[in-house]
Design a protein around this ligand. Structure first.
Ligand code: NAD
Length: 432
């Protein structure tokens, strides 16, 4: 099948699509493609995820079970653990994890996915990588794995990179209304990608190469990474200066140009911001260069959980109490509001440090039942007035929108608010 034939099949929604990896990125993509009319195979190696989807149960907060069931009932979504099911797909999108292992890029998931695709690859297919990764991955790494099929990239199959910009929990900016960057290894690959994503995304932006698309994603996340670190450092400096950092930022943000507010917090978390810039840093180290801003920002952001614990210790000290033996109730352990994701969450580091100092730590999170710590699992508690009153200190770590902060302020004897969640509320509240 040539490019024109595939283009037509995509435009007519007749192309079969396979999404490899059904997580925060892959499942919403699969749902959007199915809703646009494509026949979508959802492939994941985790049997329990596939079983849950087959039953019509979503494990991603942003995906409603009703939408999932609608696509299953329409016969447009087929969850599977069977790699041979990729054989029938015209468009294959890879959304597997790209974590760090020992602080270095862990490429094993992309490698494994690439090998599975190579085993079934046929001429005329389009393969897209969406996993966030270092510049050069698509052309210098994935391409070779796919070509182990004996097919030649460009003449036999198309290939490109399109970064995912999904923001889990964000209802204003969704998959459909955030522009999608696409960069193919050649013009045909780029136009196929553009046609595919245009079926369910309002605006598709083409760039000249996969490497440009890969780098654009890393710039976006490095920008956030560096600015969060700046806000965190300013928060520490403001505390020393006796100035309220939140008031400072609000005042600075009244400037209508040249300033975008970023806010301090207990650290950084999730699968993207703490991880992605490390991919850039690693790649430039190979060129004997240094990504100075990335490395400095990491140092500052990594230190925040220890700083929060120091501040908790100071607050208790003011009360004549020591960390050791004090009851600290942590509110929110997900890495950001209104999600259940605890990957790289600073709350975990804060809880671990508090426990090491002898504090008696409990936590509540409306979206998280338990967390795995180095020394075992910790279950969340039910939150009520009594629990709040019993704590020596309540640490607000994640500002989920479902919390009634006035109730928290009314009952907690002392609060350290790392998110300015209790802005304007009366109580014994210390802000970061
Ligand atoms: N979560 C986000 O907000 C976000 C945003 C933008 C980009 N990204 C990037 O997207 C990629 C995926 O992230 P995610 O958050 O969806 O991860 P995730 O862990 O939620 O999902 C990944 C899925 O891939 C599956 N998987 C692993 N190896 C596989 C294989 N060989 N074949 C098929 N399935 C396999 C896992 O079982 C899992 O279900 C990462 O590179 C991440 O950096 C994530």
């Amino acid at each position: 099948m040539g490019t024109l034939v595939l283009l037509q099949r995509i435009q007519e929604r007749k192309a079969a699509v396979a999404v490899v990896g059904l997580g925060y990125v892959g499942l919403p993509l699969a749902m959007a493609a199915a809703a646009a009319g494509f026949d979508v195979t959802g492939f994941d190696t985790e049997a329990h995820r596939v079983e849950s989807l087959t039953r019509g149960e979503s494990y991603i907060l942003d995906i409603d079970a009703s939408d999932l069931n609608a696509q299953l009932a329409a016969g447009r979504f087929h969850p599977t653990t069977e790699p041979t099911s990729l054989a029938g797909a015209d468009v294959i999108v890879i959304c597997v994890p790209t974590p760090l292992r020992n602080e270095l890029p862990d490429m094993t998931y992309i490698e494994e996915a690439g090998k599975m695709i190579a085993a079934v690859l046929a001429p005329g297919r389009l393969v897209i990588l969406e996993s966030t990764t270092y510049p050069g991955t698509t052309e210098e790494y994935l391409r070779g794995i796919l070509e182990s099929s004996g097919l030649h990239c460009g003449s036999d199959f198309s290939l490109g990179f399109s970064p995912e910009r999904i923001d889990p929990g964000n209802t204003r900016f969704t998959l459909a209304n955030v522009p999608k960057i696409v960069g193919g290894i050649d013009a045909d690959s780029t136009s196929l990608m553009k046609a595919f994503y245009s079926a369910f995304i309002d605006r598709v932006v083409t760039v000249s190469s996969p490497k440009t698309a890969e780098m654009a994603k890393l710039l976006e996340n490095t920008y956030r990474h560096v600015n969060i670190a700046l806000a965190n450092e300013i928060a520490i400096l403001c505390h020393g200066l006796g100035v309220d950092v939140w008031e400072v930022i609000d005042a600075a943000a009244t400037k209508p140009f040249g300033f975008q507010p970023f806010f301090p917090g207990p650290g950084w978390g999730g699968h993207c911001i703490p991880v992605d810039p490390a991919y850039l840093s690693w790649r430039v180290r190979q060129m004997h260069q240094t990504a100075h801003f990335v490395d400095l920002a990491r140092e500052i952001n990594d230190r925040m959980p220890a700083y929060v614990v120091e501040r908790i210790g100071d607050c208790l000290n003011e009360e004549g109490k020591s960390l050791k033996g004090s009851k600290v109730l942590v509110l929110g352990v997900a890495y950001k509001p209104d999600v259940s994701d605890v990957r790289e969450s600073p709350a975990l580091a804060i809880i671990t440090r508090l426990r090491r100092s002898g504090a008696v730590v409990s936590f509540h999170d409306p979206h998280v039942e338990s967390v795995d710590l180095d020394d075992g699992q910790l279950d969340g508690i039910e939150l009520d007035d009594q629990r709040l009153r019993e704590a020596d200190l309540v640490a607000v770590v994640t500002n989920h929108s479902s919390y009634a902060w006035d109730v928290v302020a009314r009952h907690a004897p002392l609060i350290l608010d790392t998110r300015n969640a209790l802005k304007g509320i009366e109580g014994r509240i210390v802000r970061l």
